[in-house]
Every structure is written in structure tokens, then in C-alpha cells.
Design a protein around this ligand. Structure first.
Ligand code: SAM
Length: 155
């Protein structure tokens, strides 16, 4: 089971299904209501679409009603990354994986990037929290410094 915080048109779902026939459910979340029509036009095969639940609304809202995730992608608003991480951790299956996209966003991770001060602060805070979570629970935290950066937390 997959949960995505911030889905836009839902393009990322393509990658989930590409090599993975054993997916039971994919929860996509997008709070912008103008993107649903684009999601509906993405030519996903019916077999895939039947497994996707596209929630047009706040990701936190849907998270409250769901659990048991194998994989989570955090790709929504930067200053909600940490709150989302804390909320999703108890809902992960053992040996699940949490991916945090744009974790080095425009240099925000060193506090000297081209991003806004608020986003830079939020990303720095997120790094502190995720590192602490990894240490406290002996979870492996992987850093992928490619483009805007990706973190992978193995729970
Ligand atoms: C970078 S885009 C997502 C791209 C998508 N994951 C992909 O790879 O195709 C981030 C999206 O997160 C949405 N978003 C931000 N905060 C959100 C929230 N609390 N709940 C749902 N969607 C949110 C934004 O509206 C934006 O469209």
C-alpha cells in the first residue's frame, strides 16, 4: 500500500505501477482542486486506475483514515514535511520505506540556498527531526544528493 503527500496530476503513480504488479492500493493526495481534471486525463490503464484513490483535499485529512503503508512519498508543502513525517510513522508497516523529495531543495539544506527563508528553515528542521527519528529507532537513513535531493528512511 502506497501513500503520497502531494500528488499534483498523479504522474508519480506511473512509476509505482511500472515494475510492480503486486500493488494493492495507491493513495494520491492533492489539495489543489484545479488538478483533478488533469489527473482524470492521464491515460492510466483501468487496472491501475482501479487501485488508485485520488483524494482531492488535504493529505492529513486522508492520513487520519488510513494506515498500513509499505511506501510513502513526502512531496507536499515543505513546511509540513516534519508534521507529516511524525503523523505517518506510526502508520508504516515494518520494513516500509519513506521517501522525502526535494530534501536538499535549492540549497536549503545548508541554509544558503535560493529558496525562501521559511522553506529553508522548514527543510533544515526536517533534517534534524528525521535524523533523530532514525537514531532513536535504529532506522537506516539514506541520502541521495542528486538534483534537488532525496532522503530514504527505512523503517
Ligand atoms: C511537487 S508537487 C507534487 C508532484 C508529484 N508528487 C509528482 O511527482 O508528480 C507538490 C504538490 O503538493 C500539493 N500539496 C501541498 N501540500 C498539500 C497538502 N497538505 N495536502 C495535499 N496536497 C498538498 C501541492 O498543491 C502541489 O501540487
Amino acid at each position: 500500500m502506497i501513500f503520497e503527500f502531494g500528488s499534483g496530476y498523479g504522474h508519480s503513480a506511473f512509476w509505482y505501477f511500472l515494475h510492480q504488479n503486486s500493488i494493492s492500493k495507491v493513495y494520491l493526495t492533492e489539495r489543489r482542486d484545479d488538478l483533478l481534471k488533469f489527473y482524470n486525463e492521464v491515460p492510466f490503464p483501468n487496472e491501475w486506475r482501479n487501485k488508485i484513490h485520488y483524494h482531492q483535499g488535504d493529505a492529513f485529512e486522508l492520513l487520519e483514515q488510513t494506515s498500513g503503508f509499505d511506501f510513502v512519498l513526502i512531496d507536499g508543502q515543505k513546511n509540513s514535511y516534519t508534521d507529516f513525517l511524525k503523523a505517518v510513522l506510526p502508520k508504516m508497516k515494518p520494513q516500509g520505506l519513506i521517501a522525502v523529495d526535494n530534501a536538499f531543495w535549492k540549497g536549503a539544506v545548508i541554509g544558503e540556498g535560493e529558496t525562501s527563508a521559511t522553506s529553508a528553515e522548514a527543510i533544515l528542521e526536517h533534517h534534524k527531526v528525521i535524523k533523530q527519528v532514525a537514531r532513536d529507532n535504529s532506522y537506516r537513513l539514506n541520502y541521495f544528493p542528486f538534483r534537488d535531493g532525496l532522503l530514504l528512511l527505512e523503517v
